[in-house]
Design a protein around this ligand. Structure first.
Ligand SMILES: [Zn+2]
Length: 306
């Protein structure tokens, strides 16, 4: 572990820090899993349209198994793993099911920012998995209805016997840097004054460095120094199933040509300017909130940590 890992490891991003024992061995025993899921042991995290049911104080409203009857749940019952020895499960309210008494709801991002780090990570896992199951009810190979297995860790097709696993989509998000300046861009749909690091999905047959360099070239016209690109930290991003891969990318050619199909604009910001954006004292530019890894990358860069 180097200094940077130590530094960034002290304060995981929202949705990171997965605290559950996901029970790889247990998941091979369908009978034991079925008994566990149908039993009274453990706690249930319930979502509606991907958003968590909360207590009035903003913490997760954990349900007992006996409280699920009559809630109007969808078909999937997911075993998330054990939290300090207690099994945790997730399910989703069926469409148009009423909200149970005593629970609150918030937009997913606002809800996650109010949760404890452990609950935010568990919620992210539940949200990604339930979203994946919701989109993969039919075999991509033959179109037959698939069946859930391993407590939600895979689906199988009874006709062609293919197996389908929850997918994670890798996204590179990079702070391009050039001496005392870093590159930020903005999209037209963002709130006024909001600027962020550039990002994009990794495409087939690319390394992370190659995806980073390609995105910087495509979106802003700058040339990354491929051998100097470094990994900083990652963040699971359950909207619906991405992994944000935070990089710092020194450039060898800083001349900007913006692809206005992707970005409204992009420009270089001096370190002092970024510090003011983070402090909220910049007159007309701001960084995303703390839930966003782009903000953490900027914080680390301003502090000279990356
Ligand atoms: Zn099939």
């Amino acid at each position: 572990m180097n200094d940077r890992a130590l530094l960034t490891g002290q304060r995981p991003m929202v949705f990171a820090g997965a605290p559950l024992d996901r029970g790889e061995v247990l998941r091979r025993d369908e009978d034991r899993l079925a008994a566990l899921i149908g039993g009274d042991e453990g706690w249930w995290l319930i979502l509606r349209d991907g958003e968590p049911l909360l207590q009035p104080d903003g913490a997760v409203f954990w349900f007992r198994r006996s409280e699920l009857d009559g809630l109007g749940l969808g078909p999937e019952r997911i075993f998330l793993g054990h939290y300090k020895g207690t099994p945790c499960f997730a399910a989703q309210l069926a469409k148009d099911s009423p909200l149970p008494d005593g629970v609150e709801m918030l937009d997913a991002r606002r809800a996650a920012m109010g949760l404890s780090p452990d609950e935010a990570a568990i919620y992210g896992q539940a949200r990604s998995l339930l979203a994946w199951h919701g989109r993969h009810g039919f075999c991509a190979g033959c179109g037959t209805a698939t069946q859930i297995r391993s407590g939600g860790a895979r689906r199988v097709c009874p006709a062609c016997h293919s197996e389908h696993y929850p997918r994670v989509d890798p996204v590179v998000i990079m702070l391009a840097v050039n001496g005392e300046e870093c590159l930020l861009g903005r999209q037209a749909a963002w709130p006024p004054a909001m600027w962020s690091a550039l990002a994009g999905f990794v495409e087939p047959a690319e390394t992370l460095e190659e995806a980073c360099a390609r995105e910087l070239k495509e979106e802003a016209g700058v040339t990354a120094d491929m051998h100097a690109i470094r990994y900083v930290m990652g963040q699971p991003w359950p909207f619906p199933g991405s992994l944000m891969i935070g990089l710092v990318a020194p450039v060898s050619d800083a001349a900007i040509t913006v692809d206005t199909h992707e970005l409204e604009t992009a420009r270089w910001f001096h370190r002092d300017e970024v510090r003011a954006m983070l402090d909220g004292t910049h007159p007309d530019a701001a960084m995303p909130p703390s839930i966003a890894i782009a903000r953490r990358l900027a914080e680390l860069w301003v502090d000279g940590a990356i």
